[in-house]
Design a protein. Structure first.
Length: 263
DNA sequence: TTCCATGTTCCGCA
DNA sequence: TTGCGGAACATGGA
C-alpha cells in the first residue's frame, strides 16, 4: 500500500540494495507506465550511470542517476520494488527494470498500472509541476503551519489530509489511522475543529507515520491498538470493542469507530 | 458475475 | 475563479 510509509520503506530498500552499481541498461516492459519521459530517453539517461542517492517527496521516490538527474518512481495503488539476480524468474506484473552490470536488477512492478516511471533534472520543478504540497514529515509542516493551512480550507478532514497539493504523502489507509488515533470523525469539516483537536490531529499524523515507517509499513507489525490491523468489515474497535464502521467519505471508503470518533 | 481496491486526474457545479 | 465531490481510469482478486 504505497503511501508515505510504504514509499519510505521502498526508498530504504533501494538504498540497501541498488546504490553505487553501474547500470548496464533499462527495460520498459509496458510503455503505459511511463510519464513524460520516453523509453529511449530513460535508457539514455540511466545507462552507464549509478544510482547515487535517494530522496522522497510524499508518495514519490527519486533516485539520483549521475549528474543527469533523477529517476522518478510513483507506485500508484499496487506498485512494488524488488531487487534480485537477473537470472531469477520475472516478478509478476513487472513493468520496468534497471539492470546492473553485476547481474542484478531492480524491478518495478505495478499490477494496476496506476503508477508512473519518469525522469527529471530538477526535483523542485518536478514537485511544482505535480502541484505537490510539502511532505508530511517535512520541517515546514509544523503545528503552526498545519493549523493555519487547516483554517484556510473548508472540506472534510478526510479530503484535507488526502489532498497531495496541501500535504504530500497521506492516502486513504493512513488518513483513517490518523483520525482513529486522534479520535476525530473523518467527515468533520476542517472549520469545526477546536484548537485541541488540531493539535491532536497534528501529533497523531506524526505518531502514525513515524510508527509505520518504524515497522516498515508492515500491517502485521503495527501496534495492536492501531486501526490498521482491524481495517475490515465486522471488525472490533481496539479501543472500545465497538463495531468498526465503513462509510464513503470524500469518495473513498473510510473505516472508523462511531463511538470513539464522534462527529 | 459483481463489487471493491492503498493511486491520480478530470469534469461539473457551487 | 477557486475548490470540492464524484466519476473515470486499469486490472485483477474475493
Amino acid at each position: 500500500m504505497p503511501e508515505l510509509p510504504d514509499v519510505e520503506t521502498f526508498r530504504r530498500y533501494l538504498n540497501s540494495t541498488a546504490l553505487h552499481k553501474k547500470i548496464a541498461g533499462t527495460h520498459v516492459l509496458d510503455e503505459r507506465i511511463l510519464g513524460e519521459t520516453s523509453r529511449n530517453s530513460l535508457g539514455r539517461f540511466l545507462k552507464g550511470e549509478e544510482l547515487e542517492e535517494t530522496t522522497r517527496h510524499g508518495k514519490f521516490l527519486f533516485a539520483k542517476a549521475g549528474s543527469r538527474g533523477w529517476l522518478v518512481l510513483h507506485f500508484g495503488m499496487t506498485g512494488e520494488l524488488k531487487y534480485q539476480k537477473t537470472s531469477k524468474e520475472e516478478v509478476e506484473y513487472a513493468r520496468f527494470t534497471v539492470d546492473f552490470t553485476d547481474d542484478h536488477r531492480l524491478i518495478y512492478s505495478c499490477r494496476r498500472m496506476l503508477g508512473k516511471v519518469d525522469f527529471t533534472d530538477n526535483l523542485k520543478d518536478f514537485a511544482e509541476k505535480q502541484e505537490l504540497g510539502p511532505d508530511a514529515l517535512d520541517d515546514k509542516v509544523n503545528l503552526e503551519w498545519f493549523s493555519k493551512t487547516l483554517s484556510e480550507r473548508n472540506s472534510t478532514l478526510k479530503s484535507f489530509l488526502m489532498n497531495q497539493s496541501i500535504i504530500a504523502g497521506i492516502g486513504n489507509v493512513y488518513s483513517d489511522e490518523i483520525f482513529f488515533r486522534a479520535e476525530l470523525h473523518p467527515g468533520i469539516k476542517t472549520s469545526k475543529l477546536k484548537k485541541g483537536d488540531v493539535e491532536r490531529l497534528y501529533n497523531c499524523m506524526h505518531e502514525v507515520l513515524e510508527k509505520a515507517i518504524d515497522v516498515q509499513a508492515d500491517v502485521e507489525r503495527m501496534p495492536e491498538d492501531f486501526l490498521l490491523p482491524h481495517r475490515e468489515p465486522e471488525a472490533r474497535c481496539p479501543n472500545c470493542g465497538g463495531k468498526i464502521k465503513k462509510e464513503t467519505i470524500a469518495g473513498r471508503s473510510s473505516y472508523f469507530c462511531p463511538k470513539c470518533q464522534k462527529k
